[in-house]
Design a protein around this ligand. Structure first.
Ligand code: SF4
Length: 327
């Protein structure tokens, strides 16, 4: 456990704009949430959040396809080997437009189109073009899909996407069925393209060490993520990691606070998922509302995941930040 003096010193450095190192991040993450050290970290994270933006923001996500996936990531309900999802379903473009329009009118700041790993690139581009054509004042479009080349990154931008959500997952290649080098190549392609990067540390579970978590916080900053934060693993019964308990909310909020300080002045926005009041008090300013295919569920989600509507997300954020009125 690092001493209080060192924590105060590192937090003060972060507040002055110094970039924290991986070693600093490990020390901050190692503090137990119920200690004075952690309180100092959360307080500073909130201060940095308010310096960046006093704005709460909503990340709306639409899972377009629901199908057994041969990559068999050990936390994902779509993994074909777990036999949870056995049928394939895909939302029509009209369904995607309708959900996106509802999110846009509700005040979403981003609309994320999320697909399984190998969804066709051309369909992804078609969706963006349709959303831009059909939705007045279309919020920033985000693509969350599998790997893509630099040329495809430019095509995504030309189609209308402005952000790519892409991460190097915790234990990539061990708990996921994706080649870590391929993941890094896509991150590099995003960095070299006009797309912004959104990169949460995920999916965080009780099994991960502070070193592993710190490494991904630094990686997000190194790749220039403008939105970062932490996503906790939601245990899905029937998946290999489904019996491990979730990270306690206090711990999640503490990690969010550290991610705010590590991101420093590189990232504007810090996201927590699942939504957490404690994390919003600790520097997060973004929550996620999602619908459609959700890799944390055994069944498709026809309305909002866990019933969190965009209106409820706004109310939650408004307790901590100012909000732009919904359109
Ligand atoms: S996380 Fe993505 S790549 Fe892994 S099994 Fe699920 S859909 Fe497939």
């Amino acid at each position: 456990m690092p001493d209080l003096k060192r924590i105060k010193d590192r937090v003060a450095a972060a507040l002055e704009g110094e970039q924290l190192t991986a070693e600093d991040a490990v020390d901050l993450l190692a503090c137990e949430p119920a200690t004075p050290e952690a309180e100092i970290i959360r307080h500073a994270a909130r201060e940095v959040a308010l310096k960046h933006s006093r704005q709460g923001r909503i990340w709306a996500a639409i899972g377009v396809d629901y199908r057994p996936c041969p990559r068999n990531c050990r936390f994902c309900s779509f993994g074909a080997a777990w036999r949870i999802v056995t049928q394939s379903e895909e939302w029509s473009i009209q369904q995607v437009i309708s959900a996106a329009d509802k999110f846009a009118r509700g005040g979403a700041d981003w609309i994320t189109i999320r697909t399984t790993q190998d969804y066709p690139h051309e369909h992804i581009c078609t969706i963006a073009r349709a959303l831009r054509a059909e939705i007045a004042d279309c919020p920033k479009l985000v693509i969350n899909t599998g790997e893509f080349t630099l040329g495809q990154a430019h095509e995504l931008y030309a189609a209308g996407y402005r952000v790519a959500y892409h991460v190097y997952r915790l234990r990539e290649g061990r708990d996921t069925g994706i080649d870590p080098a391929a993941r890094l190549a896509t991150l590099e392609n995003i960095r070299r393209s006009p797309l912004e990067l959104a990169f949460l540390v995920e999916p965080v579970g009780v099994e991960h060490t502070v070193e592993e978590i710190a490494t991904e916080m630094i990686r997000a900053r190194r790749f220039g993520a403008t939105l970062t934060g932490v996503m906790a693993r939601v245990p899905v019964p029937g998946t290999p990691l489904g019996d491990l308990p979730p990270v306690p909310e206090e711990r999640l909020a503490h990690m969010v606070a550290v991610s705010r300080l590590v991101a420093g002045y590189t990232a504007t926005d810090i996201c927590v998922h699942p939504p957490s009041e404690l994390a919003l008090q600790a520097g997060a300013n973004v929550v996620v509302v999602e619908t459609g295919a959700v890799p944390r569920e055994r069944d498709a989600v026809p309305r909002e995941w866990r019933g969190l509507t965009i209106e409820q997300a706004r109310e939650m954020l408004a307790r901590h930040y100012s909000m732009v009125p919904a359109g």
